[in-house]
Design a protein around this ligand. Structure first.
Ligand code: AMP
Length: 190
């Protein structure tokens, strides 16, 4: 199995690159943000609980997120692997993911972190907000999401660096340029 953590701040292009990677490598897209937005639109009990966190740009509690991940991991029969996009977002989630994968006789091969400066992130997210109407893409919420990233999520790099699985990729350029950089990293370690 090829399991990749695609990491980076909000607006770094994880979702866009994940879509291309799943096609190239035949992987399953594990986007906790997408699962949460679907639950919110269906008004499931999880969706109702999660909405207030998303609206403020706060993290949904680990327990809910981990349960979603377990459900999707176990729903797939004989997968080639997963792209984790937006998960893990805390060191606690990273430890749980390691244990979940160990229990399933697999592991994370690499963590790819997309590097983009804050000003560029804000511009990209404001543009996405205008185009898609995504409710958490407005300036005050964007700023909180970036602050939460720096406080709770950025330290996850250390977890993967200690295991020599962390690779940093320049996330500025065209979609195809960035994709090529990521593919190079994956193909080097395969
Ligand atoms: P995303 O689409 O990955 O930017 O996620 C959108 C929002 O969903 C985040 O701002 C959080 O409120 C919530 N969320 C997504 N993934 C996670 C996660 N792994 N842990 C906690 N909250 C999450």
């Amino acid at each position: 199995m090829l399991n990749i953590v695609l990491f980076g701040p909000p607006g770094s292009g994880k979702g866009t690159q994940a879509e291309k990677l799943i096609r190239k490598y035949g992987l399953i897209h594990m986007s906790t943000g997408d699962i949460l937005r679907e639950a919110i639109s269906k008004k499931t009990p999880l969706g109702v609980r999660a909405k207030e966190y998303l609206d403020k740009g706060e993290l949904v509690p680990d327990e809910d997120v981990v349960n979603m991940v377990i459900k999707k991991l176990d729903a797939e029969k004989d997968p080639n692997g997963f792209i984790f996009d937006g998960f893990p977002r805390t060191c606690g989630q990273a430890r749980v993911l390691r244990n979940l994968l160990t229990d399933r006789n697999t592991r994370i091969n690499v963590m790819i972190a997309l590097e983009v400066q804050e000003e560029e992130l804000i511009n990209r997210l404001l543009k996405r907000g205008r185009e898609s109407g995504r409710s958490d893409d407005q300036l005050s919420v964007i700023k909180n999401r970036i602050a939460v990233y720096e406080r709770d999520t950025y330290p996850v790099i250390d977890f993967y660096q200690k295991m020599r699985k962390y690779r940093s990729v320049n996330g500025v350029g065209t979609v195809d340029e960035i994709f090529q950089r990521i593919v190079e990293v994956i193909d080097q370690m395969k």
